[in-house]
Design a binder for this molecule. Sequence first.
Ligand code: PMP
Length: 422
Amino acid sequence: MSCHSVKAAALVENRHTEMIDVESIRRDFPILGREVYGKPLVYLDNAATTQKPQCVIDCISDAYRNVNANVHRGIHFLSQEATDMMESARENVRRFIGAGSTEEIIFTRGTTESINLLASSFAQAFLKEGDEVLISGMEHHSNIVPWQIQAQRYGFKIKVIPVTDLGELDTDVFRTLFTSRTKLVSITHVSNVLGTVNPVSGIINEAHSHGVPVAIDGAQSVPHIRVNVQELGADFYAFSGHKIYGPTGIGVLYGRKALLEKMPPYQGGGEMIKRVTFDKTTYNELPYKFEAGTPDYIGSIALATALDYVNGIGMERIAEYESELCSYAIDRLSEIPDMRIIGTAPHRSAVVSFLVGGIHPSDMGTLLDRLGIAVRTGHHCAEPLMDRYGIPGTVRASFSLYNTKAEVDSLVAGIERVRKMF
Ligand code: PMP
């Protein structure tokens, strides 16, 4: 059955609202049928990467089988077909995040490359010694280190919005951080550790009232909540394909055209030029100015298929389902003695971080793994946040549309079992 018909079948009428038929969805994801250590796989590491539905897997192999040719360069049939498919994928991404134009959709390798591109080109265009960039205390390293690298080069300062005990941004302090030297705010939409959904709309309004643009790390939001960059007023927005059922190696940087036009290219090479001579090179128009070299066109096409898959189910429905699952997980985990949940903000997404008594997160993760339960342990690429809470790391369970309450029960039973061993 094709993914499209599976999607239709996955929606069953349930009295008042259409609910997700999770068993039908699970059949779209072949890997979920796997066993590890002789146990059914319970995959709760979705914030790291999601599994892929059959339609995405098929799309990649069909594209290599039938339409593979380098894009944008050839006048031959296959090259034009591959180019059309890549450009239609760009249009698909534009619609998915509500951008105004495909010129504002830059394909990258993922969130990390998107933010590195942004930091490098934005700093070169707009930042100088003494300027200030605001980030937050709950950022992933990929929204910290690229700014530090550029700060060393250009001499601007990085100021940090603090995180409260609940795991929210301290918006009162945030308002006091603006000065005449503030040039950009770059924050995450959803924390990959705490699950907190940050009030990005209010943050953007506040920053804009000071004339400061805002970049959003959407790695953990785009897969879980409907994002519309124009409604939010975001100036830049980054996300990764692999976290939204697409392939690895493809991601997106959205940027407002007026800003992108003022920014220099990130990398040089083929595709990003208009004319090259040894004396002077002129650059291509948007978005190609930022896409040097052969792009991952197959990745773009497969990402568009993943977005179609999500649209076929409906982002609102996915968000509702995951939110209910996450609340159930928090309730069930809270029954465990010595359970400490890190991040208790009321507005949250499908991530739960926790510690149990004095059990080291990596011991917990290793023992859960033996039970077939895949969770993440460690600092989750957010070491400053770990320092904020005075902990070395956490165990993190992160959910997706194919997870079930029965899997949450398995997690809870697994944790109880590990607890008894200590
Ligand atoms: N930001 C956040 C909030 C993330 O969770 C991640 C991935 N863990 C990233 C950025 C980096 O994403 P990628 O590794 O796909 O570039």
